[in-house]
Design a protein around this ligand. Structure first.
Ligand SMILES: Nc1ncnc2c1ncn2[C@@H]1O[C@H](COP(=O)(O)OP(=O)(O)O)[C@@H](O)[C@H]1O
Ligand SMILES: [Mg+2]
Length: 396
């Protein structure tokens, strides 16, 4: 380094001296030029020598640098020969561990299969056991989530169906109410005229039979219209204190003629009248009429209806009045039992499918319920439950 700097100084000095000598040559008197020129040539040679020496000096340095780089490259090549295979082996090892500890269980998880014994049974087996425990926990979590998703999906589907059903009912109810309203007035006038005609005419037995059929059909129409109106525009219940036993008597009285025509034998099992409850007698009567007419439809002629009244206790209503109504008909097939209370469900050619839906609504408005008793013998048994809601006297 030091030697290089000296040589550069020497070269600079020689070149500067040469420039000055050449300048002197220009201004020198004639006759001295040869000697000045010779001096300039010497100075140039000195500068050339210094330059050659400098070149030689740095050439050596460059050679040294190149050889150092070469040996470094050789070392790197040698090292890479060892490092690459070692890296490959390490990679394979890591891959194997990943496959065994994580991917295996996750694949089984994805297939929904239970986790293998090594994931669960390795209790107290150190590292492997803790990682498989974690995978198992994640698995259980995922399965739990899937179960939740399934349940939510089912619930969603159910509410969608309910909504569709409710929308359908609202629409049908509106239509039905309109039609029933228009039919009711002409029907009432036909009914009145028919009965006054009956009184004035002297009918032959065949004509009387026809008359009975016409009357029966008109009653049927009347029931349909009433049911539709009742269902689409349910009147607000007018509650009063009354014994449900009185309502049962009222209903049997109302249907007396019909029951006699069908030849139905009615048996009433009553130890003592039921206590008074909050009830709309007209509405409860409507529910009982629907049940008795259904029984008559099911039994045909000469059937038997048994009405039992009791006091009971059910959770959470407490003390309740229970009216049980059984018939001697064929009963309700198991496969349709959960549908009979649905509006518009009917197995009858001319049924509206509203009788039981209305009965259920009425009982629910009374804070009670109606259900179909599982068949233990022939026929169908409906159970009506009304809360007694006895008054509680608070002493002050
Ligand atoms: N006592 C009964 N015996 C047999 N089946 C009955 C009885 N009561 C009701 N059902 C069945 O329940 C269905 C629904 O009754 P309901 O709602 O009153 O409508 P509808 O009488 O217009 O058919 C009937 O069509 C019938 O299949
Ligand atoms: Mg009916």
């Amino acid at each position: 380094m030091e030697a290089g700097r000296e040589l550069i100084d020497h070269m600079t000095a020689s070149t500067t001296a040469q420039a000055e000598t050449l300048n002197e040559l220009v201004t020198s008197p004639p006759g001295q030029g040869a000697e000045i020129l010779a001096r300039a040539v010497r100075q140039r040679e000195a500068a050339q020598d210094a330059a050659a020496e400098l070149f030689a000096l740095h050439g050596r340095d460059a050679d040294l640098g190149v050889s150092a780089m070469r040996s470094l490259a050789r070392a790197a090549t040698t090292a890479s020969l060892f490092v690459i295979p070692a890296g490959a082996v390490l990679g394979l090892l890591l891959g194997w561990v990943l496959l065994r500890q994580v991917l295996g269980p996750i694949r089984r998880l994805a297939r929904g299969a239970p986790l293998g014994p090594e994931e669960g049974a390795a209790k107290g087996a150190g590292q492997g056991q803790s990682s498989s425990d974690e995978v198992r926990a994640v698995g259980e979590l995922v399965h739990g989530l899937l179960r939740d998703v399934d349940q939510t999906h089912t619930l969603l589907e159910e509410s969608r169906l309910h909504l569709m059903q409710a929308e359908k009912l609202a629409l049908v109810g509106k239509l039905a109410a309109g039609v029933a309203h228009s039919v009711r007035n002409p029907l009432t006038s036909v009914k009145m005229r028919l009965f006054s005609l009956e009184r004035g005419l002297d009918l032959s037995p065949t004509q009387r039979e026809d008359f009975e059929v016409i009357s029966e059909e008109i009653r049927h129409l009347d029931t349909i219209v009433r049911n539709f109106l009742e269902f689409s525009r349910p009147p607000r219940p007018k509650f009063q204190q009354a014994s449900p036993s009185d309502v049962v008597d009222m209903t049997l009285n109302l249907l007396k003629h019909r029951l006699e025509t069908y030849g139905v034998d009615v048996r009433l099992v009553r130890e003592r009248p039921l206590p008074e409850v909050d009830v709309d007698p007209e509405q409860l009567k409507e529910a009982l009429v629907n049940l008795i007419l259904n029984a008559c439809d099911a039994m045909g002629e000469n059937g038997r209806i048994e009405i039992t009244e009791q006091i009971g206790f059910v959770d959470p209503l407490g003390r309740v009045a229970v009216i049980q109504l059984s018939d001697s008909g064929p009963g309700i097939p198991a496969e349709i039992q959960d549908q009979v209370f649905q509006p518009f469900f009917s197995t009858k050619e001319e049924g509206t499918g509203l009788g039981l839906a209305i009965a259920r609504r009425i009982l629910e408005e009374h804070g009670g319920y109606i259900h179909l008793k599982p068949a233990d013998k022939q026929g169908a048994t409906f159970v009506l439950v009304l809360p007694l809601r006895e008054k509680v006297w608070i002493r002050s």
